[in-house]
Design a protein around this ligand. Structure first.
Ligand code: TXA
Ligand code: MG
Length: 329
């Protein structure tokens, strides 16, 4: 459950955004680093703050599907259908960009990624700023490039922070993100839909809605920095260990401090060199919701190694396995 909306905080966030400032915003997936998507300077400042290369495209966050024609063109029927079904929510769609959408948003590409976030605070914020031209904001995850994405305001404050000591103009604290991993990204700019990034809207959900197969994008897909191998990585080395090998791996590493996340079975009777032991949620949705918070905690435990019991496979676990795979790369 999210905290009740603090109207004056949301109005302040809107004011800062519209005057070209950078605002950390809560979404249902992860915290975003928001800038007015029409303001070239503000958008470019987000790249500098994150330390992210400027040729990496950003997602434009909008109030509703009504905004689609303001930011995209040649919108296929499938986009309307998916917006109807999954917006507001953790689905981002890549479409041909409109004239209005600057190439400073799209990293020079002729397509734009658009999403309508569901978090109630951000829905209020978008209602506040969007106006007749359906203004929106760009928002990469609110973390230093390559670090773990933030799922609460504390993560944001510990990483980027607020001016003058930190880098942000304002932090809108809307509580813990319920989904916990970044949105699903679906490319609808080509002939057929392709998944660029897995998230809470699963392949099965997309295939059911569209009635066609929705494959992963191949190597020819557009650049997606979230798919860099080393993305989402904690500073401490992380190993993914199958359940049957867990006890033996812990014994083999008896000479170093360990931070672990595993099922109750694996956590029973751990030796003293395990300095932090987190219980892994059994279901995919609560696991995803907890994942980044867990990685932040495991990384902060001053251990020499992080061991995570490999979660189940299957469509519902695709986003979790994807992020863990990268974290262990
Ligand atoms: O859940 C989310 O999507 C979060 C919250 C804050 O909304 N945002 C997020 O943004 O994850 P970011 O910048 O960390 O990841 C955006 C991803 C990148 O991997 C980027 O390459 C991809 O979207 N992307 C953006 N525009 C694209 C485009 N035109 N074509 C292909 N990929 C694109
Ligand atoms: Mg990111």
């Amino acid at each position: 459950m999210y905290p009740a909306i603090d109207e004056s905080a949301v109005r302040e966030a809107a004011r800062v955004l519209l005057s070209g400032g950078l605002v950390a915003i809560p979404t249902e997936t992860v915290y975003g680093l928001a800038a007015d998507a029409d303001n070239r300077e503000a958008v470019l400042a987000t790249f500098a703050v994150k330390g992210r290369p400027t040729n990496h495209p950003l997602i434009v966050h909008v109030k509703s599907a009504e905004a689609l024609p303001f930011w995209a063109k040649d919108i296929p029927q499938s986009a309307w259908l998916l917006a109807e079904k999954f917006w507001p929510g953790p689905l981002t769609m890549v479409l041909p960009r409109s004239e209005r959408c600057g190439t400073f948003v799209t990293g020079g590409q002729d397509t734009v990624a658009i999403r309508c976030p569901a978090h109630p605070w951000v829905q209020r914020l978008l209602a506040e700023i969007s106006g007749p031209t359906m203004k929106g904001f760009t928002a990469p995850s609110c973390n230093t490039f390559g670090r773990i994405s933030p799922t609460c305001a504390e993560h944001v404050l510990a990483d980027l922070g607020v001016k003058p000591a930190g880098k942000l103009d304002y932090v809108l604290d809307g509580g813990r993100c319920e989904v916990g991993v970044e949105s699903t990204i679906l490319d609808l700019s080509g002939g057929r839909p392709q998944i660029l990034r897995h998230g809470a809207v699963t392949r099965e959900m997309l295939e059911e809605a569209l009635g066609v197969p929705v494959p992963d994008a191949g190597d020819a897909a557009p650049r997606v920095p979230g798919t860099l191998k080393s993305h989402y990585a904690p500073a401490t080395r992380l190993e993914l260990v199958p359940r049957e090998a867990f006890a033996a791996r812990v014994r083999a590493l008896s000479h170093i401090k360990l931070a672990v996340m595993a099922s109750e079975e694996c956590l029973a009777g751990l030796p003293g060199n395990v300095v932090l032991a987190l219980k892994a949620p059994k279901e995919a949705a609560p696991y995803a919701s907890f994942l980044y918070e867990a990685l932040h905690e495991l990384d902060g435990a001053q251990a020499g190694r992080i061991l995570v019991e490999r979660p189940p496979q299957g469509a519902a676990w695709a986003a979790v396995n994807d992020r863990l795979g990268r974290a262990s790369a």
